[in-house]
Write a new protein. Structure first.
Length: 131
């Protein structure tokens, strides 16, 4: 994989940014440890941004929004292993390789939340059956 293929240009606010994508994930990060460190780095970056923006605003609504969004992105109750497996599965489809890893990460959290919700609904149905 050529170096220029490992990034996808996209917007981040008013900035264009070269996001690492699935080519980087699949070709440059060969071990679980590398992928784990990458995901941990995402979390650190999100927390840094949260801290800096939170401290610069006094607006309580904005502070609540910042806390809510941060919690959804890094306060995950899912294991790093589950997140990485989900991202690995996403990038098995070749047409997903240009998708930035940050978007695959957000998708993984959403997928895992849906799976958890399905498990809860199944449990509730089983409980109702037993009555």
């Amino acid at each position: 994989v050529k170096e220029e293929d490992t990034r996808t240009t996209g917007e981040a606010g008013r900035f264009d940014y070269g996001w690492f994508n699935g080519y980087f994930w699949t070709a440059r990060m060969e071990s679980q440890q590398q992928k784990t460190y990458f995901i941990l780095g995402l979390g650190e970056g999100i927390m840094l941004q949260q801290r800096e923006v939170y401290n610069k605003t006094q607006d309580p609504d904005m502070r609540n929004l910042i806390e809510k969004e941060t919690l959804e992105l890094v306060g995950s109750k899912y294991t790093l292993t589950d997140i990485i497996k989900n991202i690995d599965g996403f990038y098995k489809a070749k047409n997903n390789l240009k998708v930035p890893i940050v978007d695959a990460y957000i998708k993984a959290l959403a997928d895992l939340a849906r799976e958890e919700e399905k498990k809860k609904l199944k449990m509730l149905k089983e409980l109702k059956k037993d009555r």
